[in-house]
Design a protein around this ligand. Structure first.
Ligand code: DGJ
Length: 732
């Protein structure tokens, strides 16, 4: 990896073994993008890439020899001079003008990577990455802009963000501050996005790009289940195994915008960052604003390679603390077993049985605090309900520890029920507009986390419980979108800052809890997967993927999630049948075969299953303990898409390629058809592997494939709905 500054030609070249990213200082002093793609040689001069033309168009000024921003790829463009595309940022100065032009002043190149104040971001030490910071200035606005680019040594990745600083003596308003803009010189691309809603999150969808804007966004205050803040811009023929693509992942958990805009001159502009809608940020003298980070990755080897880049980068350079690169505990959560209807005795009975099966962690879900016996009351009152927990969380945790299990519990710290002591005491601590009705979601309101005193109060209550209790895990839930976003703690001119300040408040509570209790494993959750994003992974290394625990639906949800997020981050459990959400009944074997490819756990009362099934569960837990490191941290390959076929398959391969595990699943039976073959990936072609007692070379398994009928003798057949198998392949 290296970053070169070529003073004569005025370009920066960031490169590693796989990618080159070249930025030029254009004739108007602003930055132009000269190239982003597969690695190319460094040269003295790339200025020939700049396009100047004599045909009618608006030029920057008379000295610029017909240079127009519109006709050249820009790095971080504004609107109002000669670029007519959607801008990366917009600033309103005191006189009401929104025209800006930041020109190159200086730069620094350093080893490693700095953090972003108050925000999650990837991190790297001196040997892992290099960072270029380019300082630009708009004298007329008394502002500077610093664009940061980090190139990682081992990954085809550039992480970037922007920082605005105001040096004048009055104030300015930033009305748009995206994290990245990437202009590509042609439009022959498709945009892959990950859409859904509650219980059907992150379903891939592909749209052809062309002239005009193709975009997704969130205005829910969370990144959302509707659109994920991760997009792939790919060539039309790119698939999981071949082809070129760019990934863009926003390390942020609030409102966002992501899109691609084709200009009628043939350029494609990719934009990503905080949603400019309802966003304004005031800067007074000496103040700065930093955008969240976007992680851009590139592949010329297909989407499995792109996903593996994100998986490795997030596991090694985003997730922090004790749980970084650690296999995750197998847990039993009581939610679908009891909902809020439990006593300590009932909980201990479930935990005891879980312990007998080999489960390592018991998680007490919603309903243990305040008057929380249904959805209508108690949120905000983080004090144990003595009727349910006579010795509190600490007492229950100790009893569960005595059974040989670790203990964790559920919280929803951002919310309050109107029927709660907290709301009765502080009705102005919620997001609401004076004189207007507040919309309820699951009978709850959103606490105003833009206010420090609110975050402080919640921290204090949680600290009190945690300081005395042996707690190993917390499930942090968030069950409604933000509406009526208005803070009683802010002036009228600051209301545009509240959405973002809310997210900063959430991050600050996470940071304080992590600092005080560094060993706790956090799992984020938001009505299932409503806030599954890279920002959350910085604090909570795993996320409850979906409230839909039906194994067959989960195949699609987990498959879609794997494009942008590591397998070890995907919260996945075996739940009871008929399934709560779909009514579908699937064998306990297939339910586990799906849940293995994630954090793995149980969302049911193991007392309620048959003795035969219980024996099977014991075997499943043994299997997961043996192979979880490989499954959670191996290279993951999507083999067959559940969106295109009646069967789906995926596999993981160890880094040294000596071990692999394949999962194969029938979504729908195919009567009287040949089972065919399943071609594997990622193995070493010359290694002899053993699978189910027979030996095969890697090239045989990858080119010819597994003979699916071989699994018939194990009871698997593709003419049975929801049949599945998981098989281990090991070097002989
Ligand atoms: C929504 C979550 O997604 C569920 O897993 C569960 O924790 C409930 N909330 C509890 O209210």
């Amino acid at each position: 990896m290296n970053i070169i500054w070529n003073k004569t030609s005025g370009h920066f070249h960031l490169y590693n073994d796989r990618i080159s990213y070249i930025i030029g200082v254009a004739i108007n002093g602003e930055l132009t993008n000269l190239y982003y793609g597969k690695k190319i040689h460094e040269k003295d001069d790339f200025s020939y890439i700049t396009f100047r033309m004599g045909m009618p168009n608006i030029v920057v000024d008379a000295d610029t020899e017909s240079y127009s921003m519109e006709l050249n790829c820009q790095e971080y463009p504004s609107f109002g001079t000669t670029d007519f595309g959607t801008p990366a940022y917009e600033i309103e100065t005191e006189n009401g003008s929104r025209v800006s032009s930041f020109v190159y002043k200086s730069h620094t190149i350093s080893k490693g990577k700095k953090g972003i104040k108050g925000l999650p971001a990837t991190y790297a030490d001196a040997g892992e990455a290099m960072t270029l910071e380019i300082l630009l200035e708009d004298e007329a606005a008394s502002m500077t802009l610093t664009l940061s680019y980090t190139i990682f040594d081992k990954y085809p990745v550039i992480a970037r963000h922007a920082e605005f600083a105001y040096t004048g003596s009055s104030k300015v308003r930033i009305t748009r501050a995206l994290s990245c803009c990437l202009d590509l010189p042609d439009q022959d691309y498709e945009m892959m996005q990950f859409d859904g809603a509650w219980a059907r999150e992150r379903i891939p969808m592909v749209r052809k790009l062309g002239n005009g804007m193709t975009s997704i966004s969130s205005m829910r205050g969370v990144s959302s289940a509707n659109h994920n803040p991760f997009i792939i811009i790919k060539r039309p023929n790119t698939d999981d195994f071949n082809g070129q693509a760019y990934g863009f992942s926003l390390v942020y958990s609030g409102n966002f915008l992501a899109g691609a805009e084709g200009s009628t001159h043939g350029r494609l502009r990719i934009l990503m960052g905080i949603n400019p809608e309802r966003f304004t940020w005031m800067l007074k003298e000496g103040e700065t604003f930093e955008t969240p980070e976007v992680v851009m990755a590139m592949t010329d080897r297909g989407l499995n390679d792109l996903s593996q880049t994100y998986h490795r980068l997030f596991n090694n350079n985003l997730v922090r603390g004790k749980w970084k690169n650690e296999p995750r505990p197998i847990l039993n959560n009581n939610w679908e077993a009891t909902f809020m209807d439990f006593t300590e005795e009932k909980i201990l009975k479930i935990a005891r049985k879980a312990g007998d099966a080999g489960v390592e962690l018991f998680v007490l879900d919603d309903g243990w605090f305040g008057e929380r016996n249904d959805d209508f009351a108690g949120l905000g009152d983080w004090v144990e309900n003595p009727k349910k927990l006579p010795q509190g969380i600490a007492g229950l945790a100790r009893k569960i520890n005595a059974m040989g299990l670790k203990f964790g519990f559920w919280i929803e710290p951002e919310m309050v029920n109107p029927d709660s002591n907290l709301y009765r005491r502080h009705p102005d601590w919620v997001l609401s507009v004076p004189g207007r009705k507040s919309s309820l979601g699951r009978h709850q309101l959103v606490l105003d986390f833009s206010r420090e005193e609110v975050v402080d109060h919640i921290y204090g209550m949680l600290y009190k419980i945690l300081k005395d209790a042996p707690v190993s895990y917390i499930k942090w839930d968030m069950n409604r979108s933000l509406t009526e976003v208005f803070s009683a703690g802010a002036d009228s001119c600051e209301q545009g800052m509240i959405y973002h300040k809310y997210v900063l408040g959430v991050y600050s509570l996470y940071s304080r809890l992590i600092e005080a209790f560094p060993d706790i494993l956090f799992e984020s959750c938001s009505s299932g997967g409503n806030r599954f994003d890279a920002g959350m992974l910085y604090y909570a290394p795993q996320a409850w993927c979906s409230d839909n625990t039906d194994a067959i639906d989960r195949l699609r949800i987990q498959y879609g999630t794997s494009y942008g997020y590591p397998i070890v981050s995907i919260g996945s459990h075996v739940s009871a049948i008929p399934n709560q959400q779909t009514g579908r009944s699937v064998s306990i074997g297939t339910r586990a075969n799906v849940a293995y490819f994630g954090t793995f756990g149980y969302e049911l009362d193991l007392n309620e299953i048959s003795d035969e099934e219980f024996e099977e569960v014991k075997g499943q837990i043994e299997f997961m303990k043996k192979y979880r490191e490989l499954i959670q941290y191996g290279d993951f390959y999507r083999l067959r898409s559940p969106f295109e076929a009646d069967q789906t398959a995926w596999m993981v391969v160890s880094q040294d390629k000596r071990k692999a595990i394949v999962g194969f699943y029938c979504l729908r039976s195919n009567v009287n058809t040949l089972p065919g073959f399943l071609r594997l990936a990622g193995l070493d072609k010359d290694i002899l592997y053993r699978m189910e007692g027979r030996d095969y070379y890697g090239d045989e398994l990858m080119n010819m494939g597994i003979t699916l009928s071989e699994f018939y003798k194990k009871g698997f057949t593709i003419s049975e709905d929801y049949a599945s198998f998981v098989t281990v392949i090991e070097a002989v």
